[in-house]
Design a protein around this ligand. Sequence first.
Ligand SMILES: NC(=O)c1ccc[n+]([C@@H]2O[C@H](COP(=O)([O-])OP(=O)(O)OC[C@H]3O[C@@H](n4cnc5c(N)ncnc54)[C@H](O)[C@@H]3O)[C@@H](O)[C@H]2O)c1
Length: 396
Amino acid sequence: MKLWLFGLYGIVSSTAVAGIKAIQKGLSEETGLVSQLPHFKEIEKYSPLSFEEFGGHEIRSLDKNLYTELEKHWEKNRHFDYKILKALKDDLSKIKAKKGTALNCGEGVLQELSPIETLENDGLHLAEIVEKLEKDITDFADENSVAINVASTEPLIPYDEQVHGSLKGFEKAIEEDRKDKISASMIYAYVSLKNRIPYGNFTPSTGSSIPALKELAEKNSVPHCGNDGKTGETLVKTTLAPMFAYRNLKVLGWMGYNILGDLDGKVLAHKSNRESKVRSKDKVIEKTLGYSPYTITEINFFPSLEDNKTAFDFIHYEGFLGTKMKFYFIWDAVDATVAAPLIIDIARFLNFAKKKGVKGVVKELSFFFKSPMDTQNYNTHSQFETLVKWFKGLNP
Ligand SMILES: NC(=O)c1ccc[n+]([C@@H]2O[C@H](COP(=O)([O-])OP(=O)(O)OC[C@H]3O[C@@H](n4cnc5c(N)ncnc54)[C@H](O)[C@@H]3O)[C@@H](O)[C@H]2O)c1
């Protein structure tokens, strides 16, 4: 299996690739991989854990390679054993990104990742940008390939029915160079789905979630899923909120306050880039409980933490006889460490889905996402049951 990552040099992407390589070389255990649970043992036949090749698009450090970039992340975070990093040096040094696009990626990306090198900065028409990105991915991919968006979070582009509502409108906008209406994540999803490459959106950016691209996926019989990996505070929220619901306890208010550093934190420090992430994190409470308690969801940049994201949650709830009580938790994890195995899982399940003839949005993969497409199921417990049932159903 081959894996193409948009945002190849980020900490999540580079840690995922290092993780796969480390497991393949027997340097690490498989802990954290959902696809290695006994429930999914048949996946090995369709999407083995052995990945052969990695590639991707980037907008910075294009003269560097995956090893140099992971080493920089490692120096700040020391998020795994240094012996593993050293043992992978030769393999990771061979992996190099192709030049991508930062179209409508917002001031967070433009300012914090500067200097950036992008196709639109080369003065290309939108159709030429699409053509170049498509060539990179088709030169790389085969029947066993999956693409995942792990690039920085973009601002939300207002929905425009003319452009986003149908494939015809979307392709017309490309021909007309409508750079104001189309973002990088949409183009990445478009070139993947157009070439029958399953696409996963690990970010809150729009990606394949517009009707135009859902239509393309159906037309080309290719599976896709997203949005925004559910890895930390939101995973706990959507696991814990059902407990209040099951016990008929009334949640009155839920405050989640997140602090993080690193590149992701820097980009999210910009209001427009942060908005999509806050929305994605905030709405899960209402979706899980079925009503809307008072919520506060904050994300703030805290430089010295680097990738060690900390979330403080406070829940105010009402029990028997109207008594008001409180629950607090602190989530303190290395963001890339909890996210990286999910990239591997999503890629394997998408490849499995394609082989089983599944097309369009795979809502059964909602277990992996904060804002799952085309489903109202946000409850982690029932999402897991749905995933197991779906998988078993395809392996009678
Ligand atoms: N636990 C987690 O870490 C977690 C959970 C859910 C979602 N995410 C999302 O995953 C994404 C990656 O997170 P990260 O911590 O690796 O961030 P990061 O900043 O380390 O990596 C992002 C990478 O994307 C690159 N990039 C930015 N815009 C690009 C574009 N248009 N095309 C190609 N490359 C581009 C950047 O240069 C950078 O290397 C973010 O959107 C984040 O919100 C992360």
